[in-house]
Design a protein around this ligand. Sequence first.
Ligand SMILES: O=C(O)[C@H](O)[C@@H](O)[C@H](O)[C@H](O)COP(=O)(O)O
Length: 297
Amino acid sequence: MKVGLIGLGKMGLNLGQNLLDHHHNVVAFDLNTAAVEELTSKGAEGAASLKELASKMESPRIFWIMVPHGVVDSVIDELVPVLSKGDIVIEAGNSHYKESIARYNKLKEFGVSFLDVGTSGGMEGARNGACYMIGGDEEAWNIVEPIFKDTAVENGYLYAGKAGSGHFLKMVHNGVEYGMMAAIGEGFEVLEKSDFDYDYEKVARVWNNGSVIRSWLMELTEQAFSKDANLDSIKGVMQSSGEGKWTVETALDLQTATPVIALSLLMRYRSLENDSFTGKVVAALRNEFGGHAVVKN
Ligand SMILES: O=C(O)[C@H](O)[C@@H](O)[C@H](O)[C@H](O)COP(=O)(O)O
């Protein structure tokens, strides 16, 4: 299929390469022309503007937006004048599900279908097989399913239902991610404070082999400790991009008690002021899976 890929940052560039690997045609646009050149050198067609990108597409025209959360609306506003009835817009960043429902309704007025897609698995997933949570019109979904099937890991995509359901699912996923990462960080902090002299890389490795808590996060923990045995080079500052906060806000609206997720969010805020070993582990994990910046010591 032919995909108009808008946004070639950490995730978009990897996704573009993944699409090309699976013999899809990619027309790529980003304000960063070096990123466009990088993808065209791998076989994509480049575009210097959204208008040019649209002119290079074929029906059904599929536009895949992969840009940071704060610029999604401006990209959609710029895209609207070049869209026509029957086009499909996929937005696969970390958006709030309510924003996605609003975008779906707005594009519906132009006869354009909108799919909200939560993408998990970080840069590695985008490159070699991601996990997708998808919401929006089923007819549009049926058209684009092959590109998700090809760029996901096996069994790594779910069409969840009506508009907003994809990003809602990704939001809750991230809330779970906050809680799991906090628990891993706290566990290592207890080890760190103890009288024993553990090698944390080896601890993460043994926990990854046969134990109940083996997981990709634990593999990344092992990876992080292999690079920096005691995480001495970074501060325990745990940034957040908003999904954990949205999960807690939504849970409150639904009168649902989510103490683990809520506390892990509050501990992230606290970490902006106080350093901790838990914070170092969580900061290192965010860096491992998402390439998110760490604060260096
Ligand atoms: O599932 C994933 O692959 C991650 O959740 C990913 O979407 C991302 O790296 C988040 O943005 C991190 O979220 P925080 O910045 O809130 O930690």
